[in-house]
Design a protein around this ligand. Structure first.
Ligand code: NI
Ligand code: MN
Length: 237
């Protein structure tokens, strides 16, 4: 089984038993009142950063230095990570598909902004399509809804989407339901809600609406909880 552990806010750890590769996304743990793990527990091989905001970069620098994990993200944000002393960085940008022993990671657009915790320009924000041992994840990052989510769903079979539902800085529930329908995904895990007051949403309402209006299944995870997902054996990109 492939597991996706929700660490709170937009952070996930993707792993598979007996495989070395552990993919950590947007590790905002220290300072997150609802963190599902401590930064010191994290021993990833790969860290993916959607953008430079503090609630996404989080503990990435420290975890990367301690673990030696490779950090992947857009050019400007990787320059920032290098300047902070991270040696193993992978500069990329939207459209790039980076191959790894577990599969590949593709950078896709997100409609948001991106600056580093010290206020410097951090390039464009992105989302990721991740092929992890055949299971295709789409982590949207921080984004408003956009019509080309349908294109992501056309180009890739999306098995599990992680979508923000908290509003104010991202999509809200109403838009995220439409995103699910554009993506044509099988599973969806809501994120970026209820961490702090400006982002609030009822994940049960999201689940009701998605399951009423689309064929997707909503998996609500409390911080620290893990979704066990099937390995996908059929072909598809
Ligand atoms: Ni942000
Ligand atoms: Mn955010």
């Amino acid at each position: 089984m492939i597991s996706a552990r929700f660490l709170g806010h937009s952070s996930f750890l993707i792993e598979r038993e007996q495989k070395a590769e552990k993919v950590l996304i947007d590790p905002f743990l220290t300072g997150n009142p609802l963190a599902g793990a401590r930064a010191e527990e994290m021993k990833p091989t790969n860290i993916l950063l959607t953008h430079g905001h503090g609630d996404h970069v989080g503990d990435a620098i420290q975890i990367a230095k301690a673990s030696g994990a490779e950090v992947l993200g857009v050019f400007e944000l990787m320059n920032y990570c290098q300047a902070q002393g991270v040696k193993n960085v992978h500069h990329a940008h939207m459209g790039g598909k980076i191959k790894y022993p577990f599969g590949w990671v593709k950078l896709v657009p997100a409609f948001h902004s991106s600056s580093t915790p010290d206020g410097a320009y951090a390039g464009s924000p992105v989302g990721f399509v991740i092929n992890y041992y055949g299971h295709h994840f789409y982590h949207a990052g921080d984004t408003g809804i956009f019509g080309d989510m349908a294109l992501i769903g056309k180009l890739h079979r999306v098995d599990t989407a992680m979508l923000p539902i908290g509003g104010t800085f991202t999509m809200d529930i109403h838009e995220a339901v439409e995103a699910v329908s554009m993506l044509g995904c099988r599973n969806v895990i809501p994120m970026h809600y209820n961490t702090f007051p400006p982002v609030e949403a009822d994940p049960e309402e999201f689940k009701r609406r998605v399951e009423e209006l689309t064929g997707a299944r909503v998996i609500i995870l409390k911080p620290g909880e893990t979704a066990r997902l099937r390995e996908m054996v059929e072909a598809g990109v």
